[in-house]
Design a protein around this ligand. Structure first.
Ligand code: SF4
Length: 313
């Protein structure tokens, strides 16, 4: 019998010892950002390749202070008028739906974020009051952590609360869980999303075509009535190559997902090894445009200290 997504989450690798035993190598160590790797993702790693692009995303390294890298480079806290809510752009707000992720990506830009004070259900009266007075906000982005680590019941509860605010038309879910634990796309979740009056947009976080399993492709079929997009982070030695990004776009399109953004790395302390220079990023982008039709070329962008997203190429 197939495992439920909850069982998958529970059986994830969560320490250096478990990882070293699983991969048969003594290469994992526990550092400040705890290890979390679902077995569904671990199984996709080529154990014989120490430079496997999936392995490089989850292998922890010791953090050393480096000039130009900061604990919180995207200034989320400065744009949080109410705990749990981040408001950087006039028409949309982001809700920190949970602190939990299904996987811990070592390049994560929120690995030092103070999640404890940002519980949206606890802070809902203040969030609702803020949103009621912001008629220009038409879209709520559910982020985290990863909103799909919440139970279907909790997701339904959050959607019901958003639906009450008449001028909110769209809900956007940013998720990596759906790809690293594909069984997360449950029938109950599909039903909840089909019933909401809100327009639903998914933004998957997928960096490499090898992350996409047959199970994900099959399950995501059930979501195709919604808008399906993907964003990636441009990561050195993982996807800093036009051919790799082109393969990702083509694979996404097989599942009716459009490539939306490739983000240049947010300079979080400890992530120096993932940095791709602007010069290299521009070279990659130029080639990528020759390999794909325009609608499969994601926009390459960088978050500039919390201000509007800047199209860099
Ligand atoms: S899923 Fe996103 S928020 Fe979670 S650890 Fe990975 S990059 Fe960070």
């Amino acid at each position: 019998m197939n495992k439920s997504w909850n069982e998958s989450a529970r059986s994830s690798l969560k320490s250096a010892n478990e990882c070293n035993e699983y991969f048969g190598e003594n290469i994992f160590k526990d550092f400040h950002f705890p290890i979390k790797i679902p077995l569904e993702f671990a199984e996709r790693i080529d154990k014989s390749d120490p430079l496997d692009p999936l392995m490089l995303q989850i292998l922890p390294k010791e953090v050393k202070a480096t000039e130009g890298f900061f604990d919180s480079p995207v200034s989320d806290e400065e744009h949080s008028p109410v705990k749990g809510l981040i408001h950087k752009y006039p028409s949309r707000v982001l809700l920190i739906a949970t602190s939990v992720c299904a996987i811990h990506c070592q390049y994560c830009f929120r690995q030092n974020f103070d999640y404890v004070s940002h519980d949206i259900l606890k802070n809902w009266p203040d969030i609702e009051n803020y949103l009621m007075n912001k008629k220009e906000v038409s879209e709520v982005v559910l982020s985290g952590g990863d909103p799909l680590t919440l139970s279907d019941k909790k997701i339904s509860k959050i959607l019901n609360k958003i639906e009450i605010i008449g001028h909110i038309k769209t809900v956007r879910l940013h998720t990596r869980t759906a790809v690293v634990i594909p069984s997360r796309i449950t029938q109950e979740l599909i039903d909840i999303l089909d019933k909401t009056r809100l327009k639903v947009v998914f933004v998957f976080h997928i960096n490499h075509a090898r992350e996409i399993s047959d199970e994900f492709m099959k399950n995501v079929e059930s979501l195709k009535v919604h808008t399906l997009l993907n964003q990636s982070v441009l990561l050195k030695d993982i996807n800093d190559n036009a051919k790799v990004l082109s393969e990702l776009s083509s694979k996404l399109f097989e599942s009716n997902i459009l490539p939306y953004y490739v983000h240049l790395l947010d300079k979080v302390s400890g992530t120096e090894r993932f940095l791709v220079t602007d010069k290299r990023a521009k070279e990659i982008y130029k080639i990528l445009q020759t390999l794909l039709p325009g609608y499969l070329v994601p926009r390459m962008v960088r978050d500039e200290g919390g201000d509007s997203k800047r199209l860099v190429l």
